[in-house]
Design a protein around this ligand. Structure first.
Ligand code: UDP
Length: 337
């Protein structure tokens, strides 16, 4: 079994991946500055270090004399709108800090990296489903920063012997089926938690951003991927690198798209409640359709998603009702969004 350093392991996808690594028998050290993550989300079986992933001194101290087999680098900023309003924050938080982390890794001979990339590297798609060799023309600062880190890894692979897997996530969604881990962004901008909040009455009616898209029901289509399936992709990526594979870039999506209205219908089915919704203008920068071509990850990593849209909604609903249902002191959620 391997010893894995996980940056951003207190975040949404990171915390689910940490749980999956531990369940598979790996040793895990989480580095997270808790600027966006939640201490309570870190599995108690992991060692936790509260530090910035770009803090050279803290990282160097952590890596000295400790043989990490690989690093999974989740730490970073994820909000498209914020990246447009405050690009410096994204350049610093996503690019500069990654460069610092990779310097420390290099100095300590840790050269296997799994990186959280994004479908945002593609920009407005020319073809859907989107294969990995689709042109890379991000339309947001966020997407640009993810692409730059991918390129940095490619350069470091050529020059310094790094081997890496960059996973281009489509729409991560859902929660751990046991209801003890889930999505808790603050502020929350994602469709599924907002729809569930609207159904519960803990959030305002859902605004449907755009009803005039060239899609069958006029609303935008996305490829929703269960967070535990996404966690599995990280495990497979680590195993792939440890087995000596060269790595590369992989889409992580199901290959199936669902419209906003389909998501709302699934939310109503699962919750047994109406989801109050109002029609609103398109959100700037939102393409009509983003759906992965996931053939490469299936073929090369043997990855298969286990869950569909209804599972995603069911697990998200379980998590959110535990959060808001006055049982936050239980094994369920944690306060603070
Ligand atoms: N969306 C929406 N209302 C909301 C939030 C999102 O209609 O309050 C739509 C959004 O326009 C997109 C889809 O839901 O088509 C998924 O958006 P989300 O923010 O969850 O993820 P993104 O695709 O932006 O990464």
């Amino acid at each position: 079994m391997a010893t894995i350093l996980v940056t951003g392991g207190a975040g949404y996808i990171g915390s689910h991946t940490v749980r999956a690594l531990l369940d598979a028998g790996d040793s895990v050290v989480v580095v997270d500055d808790l600027s966006r993550g939640h201490r309570e989300a870190v599995d108690p079986r992991a060692e936790f270090v509260q530090a910035d992933a770009g803090d050279r001194e803290r990282l160097a101290a952590l890596l000295t004399g400790r043989p990490f087999d690989a690093v999974i680098h989740f730490a970073g900023l994820i909000a498209v709108g914020e990246s447009m309003a405050d690009p410096a924050r994204y350049h610093h938080g996503n690019v500069v800090k990654s460069a610092a982390l990779f310097d420390v890794l290099r100095a300590h001979g840790v050269t296997r990296v799994v990186f959280s990339s994004s479908a945002a590297v593609y920009g407005e798609p020319e073809t859907v489903p989107i294969p990995e060799d689709h042109p890379l023309r991000p339309t947001s600062v966020y997407g640009e920063t993810k692409l730059w880190v991918e390129r940095m890894l490619a350069h470091y692979a050529r020059a310094y012997g790094f081997r890496y897997v960059a996973l281009r996530y489509f729409n991560a969604a859902g929660a751990h089926p046991d209801g003890t881990l889930g999505e808790a962004h603050d502020p929350e901008t994602h469709l599924i938690p907002l729809a569930i909040g609207a159904a519960l009455g803990t959030r305002p009616p859902l605004r449907i951003f755009g009803t005039d898209y060239p899609t069958p029901d006029g609303t935008a289509i996305r490829d929703y991927i269960h967070v535990c399936d996404l966690a599995d992709a990280h495990l497979l990526a680590v195993r792939h690198l440890l087995a000596g594979a060269p790595g590369g870039v992989y889409n992580v999506g199901t290959g199936r798209g669902h419209s906003v209205r389909e998501v709302l219908a699934a939310a109503e089915l699962v919750t047994g409640r109406p989801v109050p919704a109002v029609e609103a203008p398109r959100r700037p920068g939102d393409p009509a359709r983003l759906v992965a071509a996931p053939d490469r990850i299936r073929r090369e990593l043997g990855w298969e998603p286990r869950y569909g849209l209804e599972d995603i909604l069911r697990h998200a609903w379980r998590w959110h009702s535990r959060q808001g249902g006055g049982r936050s002191g239980s094994a369920g959620g944690w306060p603070g969004g």
